[in-house]
Design a protein around this ligand. Structure first.
Ligand SMILES: C[S@@+](CC[C@H](N)C(=O)[O-])C[C@H]1O[C@@H](n2cnc3c(N)ncnc32)[C@H](O)[C@@H]1O
Length: 385
């Protein structure tokens, strides 16, 4: 350990990971804080289990500073969320010099935020120098929400056993960094068996045949293991730093549907078209940078797979708006994608027959509205088969 550097260079995929973390966290903290503020109290806990030194060698901030800054700079923190306690932003780091550097960086950020009057006394943070395995979240009583960010180097740690405790906590959500290209590469090497057993929480990975399909199969296994550990709602998001390079995944997991919604919100904030992946944008060559006013408006979400899913689920039978909402909640799509972006265009295009009782408008739930898919034309059937 003595030879390990305190800081290191930030790679491209790390930037993508941090963009996703920031977007997810803003949404997550906002959903839970709003909920607790309405109930006049609640405890938000944030754990960064493999925290790092807080800064990269080029000066870029690490995950703890990103989380603390995102919370303190949130415009609602001092206006609407005073009743909410943020105890703790808990950062765990094994390496003593990294933990010490992190503590100094967080103190510096707190001073800066206090000077700018962006601090709130509801916020507390702490750094623990030690192994996350022995310093994970403990059970608390009362209304609380827990966000856990697990970002170890490589796969030598055991996310499956680390998530076991989490499942005991109400309203707990996690983001786990999964370096899939590395895992796939090591799955074929001798001597890695025990580490990979720990990583997957099972020897089942040994049955996955080698070949081009193995990364996908390993990703599926990882998700299945999280589900069987008790996180019913699991969704992966792909991070790619460069063409043909390593592929990394962030896997979000939640034990409840509201947490799943915040994971999805984070994913769609980073990828507004499909909510599934992020490729680091290449910098434009010198002299060809676009001006802000030249940038095209961001494209809307591609909701075709949601329509397909609804057609597959309901076939030619009648279904209600509430049933469609329930289906959407359990899919990778957001609630806001359903009515105006999926059902209304499908009705307009003649794919959906909608039966509205008198007085029922658009796709209002609870008004007795039913709908049914029209049969596909021969041409459409051929395209699908
Ligand atoms: C990938 S780095 C974390 C980077 C950080 N999350 C960020 O985004 O800026 C992983 C960190 O985990 C630390 N670490 C390794 N094993 C650990 C353990 N068992 N418990 C806590 N920290 C550990 C390493 O020293 C390293 O600083």
């Amino acid at each position: 350990m003595a030879t390990e550097p305190v800081t290191w260079e930030r790679e491209d995929h790390t930037k993508a990971k941090h963009d996703l973390l920031r977007a997810f966290f803003n949404k997550w903290v906002s959903i839970h804080s709003e909920h607790f503020a309405k109930r006049r109290g609640g405890l938000v806990r944030i754990y960064d289990g493999f925290a790092g030194p807080g800064v990269y060698s080029g000066g870029e901030p690490g995950s703890p500073l990103i989380l603390l800054r995102a919370l303190c700079e949130h415009p609602r923190l001092r206006e609407r969320w005073q009743a909410v306690r943020y105890e703790l932003l808990h950062f765990v780091e094994k390496h003593p010099s990294r933990a010490a550097m992190l503590e100094g960086k967080l103190e510096g950020l707190e001073v800066e935020l206090r000077e700018r009057q962006e601090w709130s006394d509801g916020v507390q943070w702490s750094v623990t120098c030690g192994r996350y395995e022995e310093n994970g979240p403990r059970a608390v009583s009362g209304t609380s929400a827990l966000f856990l960010f697990l970002d170890p180097f490589g796969y030598s740690h055991a996310p499956m056993s680390l998530t076991q405790d989490l499942i005991q906590q109400p309203k707990s959500d996690t983001l786990i960094f999964l370096p899939l290209s590395f895992v796939n590469r090591f799955a074929g090497r001798e001597g890695q068996e025990k580490a990979l057993d720990r990583f997957f929480g099972s020897p089942a990975w040994r049955q996955v045949p080698d070949g081009p399909g193995r990364p996908d199969a390993l990703l599926t296994l990882f998700q299945e293991q999280l589900r069987s550990a008790g996180l019913d709602w699991v969704l992966p998001f792909r991070l790619k730093a460069e063409e043909g390079g390593n592929v990394y995944w962030i896997v979000g997991g939640s034990g409840h549907l509201a947490g799943f919604a915040s994971i999805k919100e984070g994913f769609w904030a980073v990828d507004p078209v499909n909510g599934q992946g992020f490729a680091a944008p290449r910098p434009a060559p010198a002299g060809q940078e676009a001006f802000a006013f030249e940038e095209p408006p961001p494209p809307g979400p591609n909701t075709e797979p949601l329509l397909e899913g609804l057609r597959e689920k309901f076939g030619r039978r009648d279904f209600t708006v509430d049933e469609a909402i329930e289906f959407t909640k359990r899919s990778r799509f957001l609630d806001t994608h359903l009515k105006d972006r999926t059902l209304a265009p499908a009705e307009q295009a003649g794919h959906l027959e909608v039966n509205r009782p008198t007085g029922a408008r658009r796709f209002k739930e609870g008004k007795g509205i039913t709908m049914r898919f029209t049969p596909l034309s021969e041409e459409e059937t051929n395209i699908r088969s």
